[in-house]
Design a protein around this ligand. Structure first.
Ligand code: ADP
Ligand code: ZN
Ligand code: ZN
Length: 745
């Protein structure tokens, strides 16, 4: 028997399997996905590899095939399912097989376990007393001290023995050798979820929630695995639905993965689930130590937990008996990976659900167009929650036209109605959230004489002024002290414009000097606990107004918030991204969902220069269907996903001309290839400068290829990956390929 083995090195040339012979003594043990040690290359260097296939026929001269040396005991036994999942990821999203493997097996190495050692007395009291006498005669005082202690307490932590009792290691060894004592070793798992929460009993579900739960549970009982799109407005009780379905899955002996879009939501989600499922819940994310991650994996594999919560990587938890996957806020862009393989967690979850016969629930107040389309086509089962769960009414949404405000002489960033609404809430002791949808946006500094913004010398973006009087680039971190003179024309009429979150804070403090204000953005949340600190301070009503970016919008539940102000709804519309309207609509609805979640009624003000734009009008009406129809019409017209697919071909390099030539070369190859295969419904756009034309001194050229046929684009992606190195003048130029990108380049 031969094994196909993937060597664990992330290098494109190793992006294939090698055949090794399986020695007969290993034949029983080696399984699909086993981690093995093999001799590699001329030097017979020992490397770690994974078995990805078996064959009986040698692919080359049998005498040239080397033997597998041994199983790699150091690595987690990896189920073949995970390897198969990696293979599928590779097939769907490109990149190297090794990238896919290291994504799926992201915690494969054993980290040294934490061990608890206990010293135990092996003799009875009488025997021990005799031994003590003997040792006293021999002046073996250490042994005497330990045995006397063990007489009163026959089991002791080894750390106390070597620490407080000051017993030498050699003394312990001698006693173990003579069988007087033994040292028991027990492995202790590093629990990520180490807080304990008060248990609560479930709420009585309302009819919509109950019917959603019943539908899913019935299918589960019938062994009928399906994908459900749970479309429920914010606060409609989607999480309660998940909890009830999970309860059922767990009672069937199944295990569950719950994906959340952001690390910052871990704490509250874990808390909520732990109140139902206690310490059967754990979580996993990139901020955990390698040891903690490894132990969460082991607990999952050993069945010590039932529920794993985390961002997209938690999908690869090695549960043996997976039965349900939940993806909360399924529309979020963070479910697509930025690094190769640029997989989408929703699509991989579908694959995993198929492999394991698991049910899949996608939940959102604003489903992605992709998912909603599938639900309409009957591929997904559509479940709706149309009412807020608590008696709370939906918030009332009002639009403030900033053009009209300006025309009537209001030059501030707050519409007059909004200011009076804030005043009203401060008086009533209720809370306010003010939301600005891009960090430091146009905290940019420009010259009032020549009009030029101060740019980052390494990236094609303007620098942003921060409170510490430094100008910073948000892409590369470049910083300089605030310039007093325009670098272009020397004029001293230079200053910061626009409305960064800091600026909002300053102005709010001017207008409402007595208000207590908190700000949450990338600058105030650099340390590990800062999210939790700011959010819990606001929840404890230590502040009246919370100002923030995107991150205050998602999922948080503050009962005292009755007013939400969206200061500049257009900012996210003005970006060159075909998803701009969708993102704006989502953000507005999510932000609106923060107001009036409890008994107090909520109000939302949307400030905008484009009050007629459909994403704003539909958000005001909370009209998802209406938005879906309009946006689909636009996508159809322009040939954008989900009705069509896009391949982004991005070339970067330090030399502008050379990079352009490289990109032009690839464009030529694309045309050639498409000509050959006679594809008529494929369109190439570009090459052109990317929206972000330069980042960290690297120039960026972009080609978009559109087609309704995913396969063609996939093949084109593979093809480009192969031909890129055939370009003779290529030096430091790099190629990035992204199928159906979530972000603009
Ligand atoms: P979503 O996940 O859809 O935003 P949640 O599950 O967080 O909604 O529910 C919103 C609020 O309503 C929470 O405070 C939750 O405890 C409460 N809630 C949910 N379902 C019910 C119910 N059936 N009865 C009473 N309160 C409920
Ligand atoms: Zn100037
Ligand atoms: Zn920069």
């Amino acid at each position: 028997m031969y094994a196909d083995i993937i060597v664990d090195i992330s290098h494109e040339n190793l992006d294939r399997s090698f055949q090794y012979h399986i020695p007969s003594e290993l034949e029983e043990e080696i399984k699909m996905g086993s981690a093995v040690v093999i001799p590699f290359g001329k030097g017979e260097r020992e490397l770690e590899g994974f078995v990805v296939g078996f064959s009986e026929k040698p692919k080359i001269e049998p005498s040239k095939i080397k033997d597998v040396l041994r199983l790699n005991a150091k690595a987690l036994p990896v189920s073949s399912r995970m390897i198969a999942l990696a293979a599928k990821m590779h097939e769907m999203f490109g990149g190297t097989m090794n990238d896919a493997l290291s994504t799926v097996l992201n915690v494969k190495k054993t980290v040294k376990p934490v061990e608890k050692k206990t010293v135990v007395l092996n003799k009875n009291e009488e025997e021990t007393k005799i031994l003590i006498e003997t040792y006293e005669k021999k002046h073996a005082l250490g042994k005497v001290r330990l045995l006397e202690e063990l007489l009163t307490q026959p089991q002791m932590d080894k750390s106390i023995v070597t620490g407080k009792l000051n017993i030498a290691a050699s003394t312990l060894e001698a006693l173990v050798k003579d069988d007087v004592i033994r040292v028991d070793v027990e492995e202790v798992l590093r629990k990520a979820n180490n807080k304990s929460y008060k248990k609560i009993t479930g709420l009585v579900l309302n009819p919509e929630q109950q019917s959603a739960v019943d539908t899913i549970v019935k299918d589960m009982d019938n062994g009928d695995k399906k994908t459900y799109l749970l479309h429920g407005i914010t606060g409609s009780g989607k999480t309660e639905v998940y909890i009830n379905v999970i309860e059922h899955a767990v009672s069937m002996g199944k295990q569950v993965i719950v994906l959340i879009p952001e690390i910052s939501l871990t704490y509250q989600t874990v808390k909520r689930f732990s109140m139902h499922f206690g310490d059967r819940v754990s979580f996993m994310h990139s901020k955990l130590s390698a040891g903690e991650k490894y132990d969460q994996y082991r607990m999952a594999e050993d069945g010590k937990i039932d529920i794993m919560i985390g961002p997209r990587s938690a999908l690869f938890t090695p549960f043996k008996n997976l039965g349900l996957i939940v993806i909360d806020e399924e529309h979020e862009g963070s479910y697509k990976s930025d690094n190769p393989p640029k997989y989408h967690a929703r699509e991989m979850a579908e694959v995993l659900a198929d492999m394991t016969g698991s049910s899949l629930i996608l939940g959102s107040a604003t489903p992605s167009l992709e998912s909603y389309l599938k639900a309409k086509n009957g591929e997904y089962v559509l479940l709706k929650l149309t009412k807020r769960a608590k008696d709370a009414k939906e918030a009332e949404i009002k639009i403030i036209d900033l053009k009209a405000e300006l025309a009537s002489g209001n030059k501030t960033m707050f519409g007059r109605e909004l200011v009076s609404a804030i005043n009203d809430r401060l008086r009533k002791n209720e809370q306010v959230m003010l939301f600005l949808n891009r960090r430091g946006y146009s905290g940019s500094v420009s010259c009032r004489s020549c009009g030029k913004p101060v740019m980052c010398p390494h990236c094609s973006v303007s620098l942003t002024l921060h409170n510490d009087k430094m100008l910073r680039c948000h892409y590369c971190g470049y910083e300089i002290p605030f310039v007093k003179k325009c670098p272009e024309c020397g004029s001293s009429f230079i200053g910061a414009f626009g409305t960064g979150t800091q600026k909002v804070e300053e102005n709010i403090k001017k207008i409402f000097p007595y208000a207590r204000v908190l700000r949450m953005d990338a600058d105030t949340t650099k340390s590990k606990d800062s999210y939790e600190n700011i959010l819990s301070a606001f929840a404890n009503e230590e502040a009246d107004i919370l100002i923030g970016t995107q991150m205050i919008v998602k999922g948080h539940d503050f009962p005292k918030v009755t007013l939400v102000g969206i200061l500049a709804a257009d900012l996210s519309l003005n970006v060159s991204d075909y998803r701009a309207s969708e993102k704006t609509f989502e953000l507005l609805l999510q932000a609106a969902g923060r107001a009036g979640r409890d008994k107090l009624p909520g109000e939302v003000y949307i400030q905008t220069y484009r009050p007629d734009h459909y994403s704003i009008v539909c958000a005001k009406e909370a009209d998802y269907e209406g938005f879906f129809e309009k946006e689909m019409a636009y996508r159809r017209l322009a040939g954008y996903p989900p009705l069509s697919h896009i391949l982004a071909v991005l070339c970067t390099g330090p030399n502008e001309k050379r990079n352009e030539d490289f990109c032009a070369y690839l464009a030529g190859k694309i045309k050639e290839k498409l000509g050959e295969t006679g594809c008529e419904d494929v369109f190439m756009i570009g090459p052109a400068k990317a929206g972000l034309a330069k980042v960290t001194d690297l120039y960026r050229q972009l080609i978009y290829v559109k087609s309704e046929n995913y396969d063609i684009l996939y093949k084109l992606m593979k093809f480009l990956d192969e031909v890129k190195d055939s370009y003779k003048d290529k030096k430091d130029e790099l190629l990035y390929l992204d199928l159906d990108p979530m972000n603009s380049y």
